[in-house]
Design a protein. Structure first.
Length: 455
């Protein structure tokens, strides 16, 4: 990259503009996944939409690719060239309690939105973790703890501001409607999204949390859960995860050093009804910890209680067509407590309900037909990421193939590292239309997107 271009960027941006080798370069690019080291030609810390416009204009004139990073939860492949813009300085959330619309700037995480919305009795339909960036998560669809009741997070997006290759535009149901369709689930390759308007749900409390069972109860509880999910109304949401936990002090004593099953639950409705609905799970085995009860909506992130601190991470996700007794047997044979595998978590999320229904006008969301998601998370040891974990997961999944769906959803696709996973993240017709819209708004591929070149 020329010194002239770097100088031009520095003259246009108030935030840091750092070339490879500059002090602070690595820190500016660091995100949640510490196993990934990005090394583009230059990283630009945006502080405004006008700066994004200037960067895109300079990039377009020089044919330099541009990629976007926020919290970097879902970018497992190193970026090695071009310009990376970081949006972490584009903070800010405002809520209009009358319209129930949150205006969310690109650097915001879900905790920022939850904190502003909760005093008004409102809540975002967000992800399991409140430290994930709102924009990137929503662009990929987003399946959170309330998905069966409220749908994909992108279903609640009402408008986007996007700096495209041709300049800044608004995309909503009436302006640039094709781009709006694509941004609700199409993930990347359209430009730099600088903000979005997001409708909030009227929700102040719910009945939810998680319970934990020791290894001896995993098989009967999982069998009960599988049949129980078939009876649940849309107002009930649940997931299960087998956790292989290390003997570390920060882990609650009853779970420390054990292989356990956690059943998560979130019921939107009367507390007594939620308690009654969840009783079959409590009756299925002796609990180590029972943390299911009435909770404020602002505590929804505690249901999964995902790690908040950056860590090396490796995962692979997919969708399942159905769950039945044969699946449970095959699953336990591959990932049950007797198996010695380097996976810290193997999770199944129950879908259906509102996730199956598209929004008025349609959207680019992939995976509406999936019955469940299946996610496998490796132990945080980067020495295992290249060969050991992929081989382990390939072997584990082999007996589960009859239940694995041909479709997926991009936020669960593990960065499209598996051949064919990029195309499988959307229905065929949706994938083709997304390619057409990317070509229309970015004819010179200024914003690369796809396997090993995520935006």
């Amino acid at each position: 990259m020329s010194d002239e271009l770097i100088g031009r960027l520095r003259g246009a941006v108030a935030g840091p503009v750092l070339a490879r080798g500059d002090e602070g370069f690595a820190e500016e690019l660091s995100g949640f996944n510490l196993a990934v080291t990005h090394s583009p030609d230059v990283v630009v810390g945006l502080t405004s939409e006008d700066e994004a416009v200037a960067v895109v204009r300079a990039a377009a004139e020089t044919g330099t690719p541009v990629r976007v990073l926020a919290t970097v939860h879902g970018v497992p492949n190193p970026i090695q060239d071009g310009i990376v813009v970081t949006t972490s300085r584009l903070k800010g959330v405002t809520v209009d309690p009358d319209t129930k619309i949150a205006h969310i700037n690109a650097g915001s995480v879900w905790a920022d939105v939850i904190g502003v919305a909760a005093p008004h009795g409102l809540a975002p339909i967000a992800g399991a973790s409140d430290v994930v960036g709102c924009i990137g998560y929503t662009l990929g669809g987003g399946l959170g703890p309330l998905a069966r009741t409220y749908g994909f997070s992108s279903d609640w997006a009402r408008s986007f501001r996007v700096v495209t290759a041709g300049g800044p535009v608004t995309a909503n149901a009436t302006e640039n409607a094709d781009l709006f369709w694509a941004l609700r689930g199409g993930k990347g390759g359209f430009g730099i999204v600088t903000s979005m308007d997001f409708e909030l749900a009227e929700l102040s409390t719910l009945y939810g949390g998680s319970v934990f069972f020791d290894a001896e109860h995993i098989a009967p509880v999982l069998s009960t859960w599988t049949e129980w999910t078939k009876t649940l109304p849309e107002s009930a949401n649940s997931s299960v995860v087998i956790l292989r936990l290390p003997p570390l002090e920060f882990i609650p004593a009853p779970l420390r050093g054990k292989t356990v099953l956690s059943v998560r639950f979130a019921y939107v409705g009367d507390v007594a009804e939620g308690k009654q609905l969840f009783q079959p799970i409590r009756d299925a085995g002796t609990t180590l910890i029972d943390a299911v009860g009435e909770m404020p909506a602002s505590d929804i992130p505690l249901i999964h209680n995902d790690p908040k601190a950056p860590t090396p991470s490796w995962d692979r996700g997919m969708m399942l067509n159905e769950l039945d007794a044969d699946f449970v047997a095959a699953f336990l044979g591959a990932a049950g407590p007797e198996q010695q595998i380097p996976l810290i978590a193997v999770e199944i999320r129950h879908l259906g309900g509102a996730t199956e229904r598209d929004v008025p006008g349609g959207s680019a969301v992939g995976g509406r037909g999936g019955a469940c998601t299946l996610t496998l998370i490796g132990v945080p040891d980067p020495s295992l990421f290249e060969k050991v974990l992929p081989a382990t997961v390939d072997e584990l999944l082999a007996p589960l193939r009859p239940w694995i769906s041909a479709q997926n959803t991009p936020n669960f696709a593990g960065g499209f590292t598996v051949p064919g996973s990029f195309e499988a993240s959307w229905p065929v017709e949706t994938f083709a239309r997304l390619a057409e819209i990317r070509a229309a708004y970015d004819p010179d591929t200024l914003f690369p997107f796809g396997p090993r070149q995520e935006n």
